[in-house]
Design a protein around this ligand. Structure first.
Ligand code: ASP
Ligand code: SER
Ligand code: ZN
Length: 605
């Protein structure tokens, strides 16, 4: 689990004001701590976090790039130390609730209280148990394998099978076998929930879900409502895409496999979790609108290897005026999957020393999805380097959705014009191909939205006790059906534990950030294009090479979390609210096409 002490944002001022009243009366009798003591405490926390963070990051790196008995042992030990220190500090920070301190000190105190993804109670046995349980869950996922076609297939290759197989029986087989890997993880997961919740309560939160939702400059309930509001903005777009893709799958597979009044079978969409459908975009492609930019083919034809893909991603950032990646990035990153050992293949970006030791860890394949993922991960690295001069507790994203959105915003600038500029294609398709272009984008960007939303809706219900181990799986499929309109390819039972077949659930990484990022990336992109005076259709805008956009962007990244996210957002986009209208505007021409296609179809499920 990559570690961040300071992932989260402030509490509400109302809550602080209320505790101030209580605190004042207590401190009147017990000698209130002073503002100077608060500042000294914050300085001590930053110093100790900086040291332990680096040590923990290095241990985690070795584990993630070489999973074995000893690295699991080491990672459990360091996680234990990290959790203990973070929880002790969070509890100590509460002492300063009621006193008047400078704004940046208050903000840091809030981060100390909110910045733990999975707390434990202050009981050494439980701290240790939690570390063991989470390490086991993470390793079970990343070392999971299935038997298929007479071979043992590791986790990352099961993803490739889901992208490339087209025979429904084989897809169902791979899907079912991978989900069977998750089934034995349920007991550990339930224990993790128990210990984490007990820890969250000691810190004063209702449960871990409330702790996670407290990091967005509003109350947990307001944040829930905010995610629902954003979903309401984009749902019509998803519904149209779902209707069209289901009809096309029905053309291909027939009524029995794809009945037109049912949710779509989740294994037919080219992705283990049906979260991004880019692998089957040929199927949804409009007639005579092939933009001729199939990166799966082009990258191979042009002889790209994984390093060249990463260099290309770096080139986009340097074109905006960012410094090149340091030499150590190239020496220390894991870009290829090692042949002879277990690793965590799920892509991530790392900042080992909070200075210049930034890296990515991927099992990169040469295809369109990895091209996109490389840009995504590099976005994290360039963000990390941009805010490195901030004090330790502010070295993180304005909110966690920002962190996930940076590279994705850059990737939107991978237009045909840009591909021509860097020599990947020879001719730029004309505007008659735009619907095809947008369809390709929608199959990943729009298809993802309901999944991005529901993963943590499920976890919020779990942490709140609304779902129990006996109803975990049923609750999961209820949400997947409701939001994504998909159904499992084979019957499920209460013993199955399908949620843990997804990395972020097994690994304990919050997920709402990805939903926010899909909204923010278009908002950032539109703001960048507007600021360049771009007048054409939004999806044709590329800010490659724009030093002006680069400078503005860098100014936002350099802030880290030193200011509330609405301030950072306002500086770059002029708006203080996350807003789905940019993604809706981007896909408007596709929406017209989809409505036309769907007009005599019965949509919904
Ligand atoms: N780390 C990224 C995701 O989980 C990359 C990816 O797998 O696409 O956000
Ligand atoms: N990288 C995230 C995932 O794999 C979001 O796309 O789920
Ligand atoms: Zn990411």
């Amino acid at each position: 689990m990559p570690l961040h002490f300071s992932q989260r944002l402030l509490a509400t001022t109302a809550a602080i004001g209320f505790s101030a009243l209580i605190a004042t009366s207590c401190f009147a009798q017990n000698q209130a701590p002073t503002a100077a003591e608060a500042s000294a405490f914050v300085a001590k926390v930053e110093q100790e976090f900086t040291a332990l963070n680096e040590e923990a990051s290095r241990v985690n790196w070795v584990y993630a790039t070489y999973i074995n008995h000893d690295t699991q042992w080491l990672v459990a030990k360091i996680s234990e130390r990290v959790t203990k220190l973070a929880v002790d500090f969070a509890i100590e920070a509460k002492k300063y609730n009621g006193i008047k301190v400078p704004g940046d000190v208050r903000r840091k105190l809030d981060f100390i209280k909110q910045g733990i993804t999975l707390p434990a109670p202050q009981d050494p046995k439980l701290v240790a148990e939690l570390a063991e349980v989470t390490t086991r869950l993470s390793s079970a996922y990343s070392t999971g394998k299935i038997d298929f076609g007479g071979k043992s297939v590791p986790q990352n290759e099961t993803e490739v099978l889901m992208q490339t197989l087209r025979e429904p029986a084989q897809l169902a087989e791979v899907w079912t076998k991978w989900h069977a890997v998750a089934k034995p993880m349920k007991a550990d997961y339930a224990r993790m929930v128990e210990i984490g919740n007990a820890g969250a309560r000691e810190l004063g939160y209702a449960d871990v879900g409330a702790l996670w939702r407290s990091g967005y400059d509003m109350t947990p309930d307001e944040f829930t409502a905010e995610t629902d509001r954003l979903w309401g903005q984009v749902k019509p777009l998803y519904d149209q895409l779902h209707c069209h893709v289901r009809a096309k799958l029905n053309d291909k597979y027939g009524n029995e496999i794809v009945p037109l009044d049912q949710p779509i079978r989740a294994d037919l969409l080219g992705n283990m979790w049906a979260q991004e459908w880019g692998a089957i975009d040929d199927l949804a492609a409009p007639k005579n609108a092939d933009p001729g930019i199939d990166l799966n083919k082009i990258l191979k034809a042009k002889g790209y290897d994984p390093i060249k893909i990463v260099k290309t991603g770096e080139g986009f950032f340097t074109s905006l005026g960012f410094d090149p990646l340091p030499q150590t990035f190239w020496e220390r990153s894991q870009i290829l999957k090692p042949r002879d050992r277990e690793v965590v293949c799920h892509a991530s970006a790392w900042d080992l020393d909070d200075k210049d030791d930034i890296r990515i860890k991927m099992c990169t394949q040469v295809d369109a999805e990895n091209f996109q993922t490389v840009h995504h991960e590099l976005g994290h690295n360039f963000y990390q380097r941009a805010y490195k001069a901030q004090p330790q507790l502010f070295r993180t994203g304005a909110n966690d959705g920002f962190h996930e959105a940076i590279g994705d915003m850059i990737a939107l600038s991978i237009t045909p014009e840009y591909l021509k500029q860097i020599g990947l294609i020879d001719t730029v398709p004309d505007s008659s191909k735009d619907v095809g272009l947008l369809m390709q984008r929608a199959m990943s960007g729009v298809a993802f939205l309901p999944f991005g939303l529901l993963v943590d809706k499920w976890r919020w219900q779990v942490f709140a006790g609304q779902l129990t181990p006996a109803t975990y799986n049923e609750g999961w499929w209820k949400l997947r059906t409701q939001y994504q309109g998909v159904r499992p390819p084979v019957a499920r039972t209460a013993d199955d534990f399908d949620p843990a077949a997804k990395f972020h659930i097994a690994d304990g990484t919050p997920y709402m950030r990805y939903f926010l990022a899909r909204i923010l990336q278009y908002q950032f992109y539109k703001a960048a294009c507007d600021s360049m005076g771009w007048k054409g259709p939004l999806h044709r805008c590329s800010f490659y090479g724009s030093k002006e956009v680069g400078a503005k962007f860098k100014a936002m990244l350099e802030l880290g979390a030193s200011q509330p996210w609405p301030d950072a957002l306002e500086k770059f986009t002029g708006s203080r609210k996350m807003d789905g209208s940019a993604i809706v505007a981007y896909f408007e021409p596709l929406m017209v096409y989809l409505r036309e296609q769907n007009k005599s179809r019965k949509c919904g499920w």
